[in-house]
Design a protein around this ligand. Structure first.
Ligand code: RB5
Length: 151
């Protein structure tokens, strides 16, 4: 399973920490989608690049910007993407279990590295529990279909 990781300049250092952590013991292959240095970039470009890849191969993603807000707003524009901005492990686990989130968003200026890594661990080890949550995810998908028809 591929885990696509992307950030803007504000999230660059945290992205590098996450890539360095490697998540040994999981079968995730981390794919670096940029940015590749601390030069200024626009978060929607990276959000779109990661979201498209997550969607294309039904994988997972991590997006990081300063607050996490821009990345989550942008990524959630892509049909099929459920991007969850989390700042601690419990929300990250529940984002997988209840919301079947396929992208975790982090705000590098909002949380420290250790908490961010714990949050990533909770996300990658969480499993969608289905059941009563299934029909709610289906309703999100039907909103996307409805909006497409109205275009
Ligand atoms: C970049 O300065 C900052 O605006 C961006 O990283 C993010 O926080 C936007 O939501």
């Amino acid at each position: 399973m591929n885990l696509y990781v992307g950030s803007d300049h504000a999230g660059y250092r945290l992205k590098e920490e996450i890539l360095a952590a490697g998540f040994i013991g999981t079968d995730l292959r981390l794919v670096d989608c940029g940015t590749f240095d601390e030069g200024s970039v626009d978060y929607p470009d990276i959000a779109f690049a990661v979201a498209e890849r997550v969607k294309a191969d039904s994988g997972f993603g991590i997006l990081i910007c300063g607050t996490g807000l821009g990345m989550s707003i942008a990524a959630n524009k892509v049909n099929g993407i459920r991007a969850a901005l989390c700042s601690e492990p419990l929300s990250a686990r529940l984002a997988r279990e209840h919301n079947d989130a396929n992208i975790l968003v982090l705000g590098a200026r909002m949380i420290g590295t250790l908490l961010a890594l714990e949050t990533v661990k909770a996300f990658v080890s969480g499993m969608f529990t289905g059941g009563r949550h299934e029909k709610r995810i289906e309703k999100i998908a039907s909103i996307e279909i409805m909006m497409k028809r109205e275009e």
